[in-house]
Design a protein around this ligand. Sequence first.
Ligand code: SF4
Length: 348
Amino acid sequence: MSALLRVENLRVRFRTMGPLKALATGTKAPFFDAVCGVTFEIDKGETLALVGESGSGKSTIARTIIGLQRAVSGSINFDGQEIEDITGADRKPYLRRMAMTFQDPVGSLSPRLTVRSLLMEPFRIHQLKDRDAGAEAARLLRLVGLPDDFARRYPHQLSGGQARRVGIARALALNPDLIIADEPTAGLDVSVQGEVLNLLARLQDKLGMAILIITHNLNVVRHMTDRMAIMYLGRFIEVGSTERIFEHPCHPYTEALLAANPEPDPDAVLNRIELKGEVPSLMRRPSGCEFHTRCRYAQDICSRVFPEPSINSDDTKHSFRCHLPLGRREADPPLEQRLHLQLHQLPR
Ligand code: SF4
């Protein structure tokens, strides 16, 4: 089965200053890479999570897929069609098959429009005018479990959970094949978070769309997703099935994230792992493994050799970037022997 969305070697770069200022100040590289050669795919009906701290590049990937940001290199293939090179109106037929729900449930809805107008916006944008607005709004509101009379309300008359449902209804307006949900539970009470996640799961069962979830909330990941990709400084550092990674993380950063996740069981024994220091600046990336400045297992080699992706021999769909993956240290041959293929990368 071919993937619905395939992103390959995606690189997104931001400027830190304009070309004139760079010339005047003698700055040779007035930019930084927010996303560095990321590759992944999503099948029809599948749910993938991009996980990481803020600034890790996950929202930039989402914005690039829906055309709000351009990549400097790489490809985005949607249902067999390369779309990264397609711009402007020519991209509309593909964008019609994708939709995004945004982080701020109320702020992402225009305060001057009624819910009915908000729900009809996608039809207007894509020039699908021969619609009965009342009937479409009622259909979409029912889909997300809101009464028909919500169509007359304005965003300020909605609670956070209701606004989130309206955002989901608007995303579903054109029956997309892919929904990108940016922090779907941000700003919601825990009980409302559960309702929203259950709603998304029910809608996915009913309508069969794929979902790309952008989040730092690991409870959302565990509840909702088939696979997950952990991001650090714009790279994937671990990718695999959600179940596998929760049970057997290989990367120390993943281990620390999982250990920091709030545990719903009050009797559970907590094993917190404190990460050293702050996330490094994207403009001054550490040498070798970019996580070595915060990793409690770091050895000398880690600051010198950049870890290429390795495949887990127990699960070929599970990959990670680490010289000393968790759970494999004793079974493996000595470190220098494992790294002999990489030693040529050491600075001379
Ligand atoms: Fe830690 Fe070294 Fe693995 Fe990087 S390569 S995550 S520093 S053990």
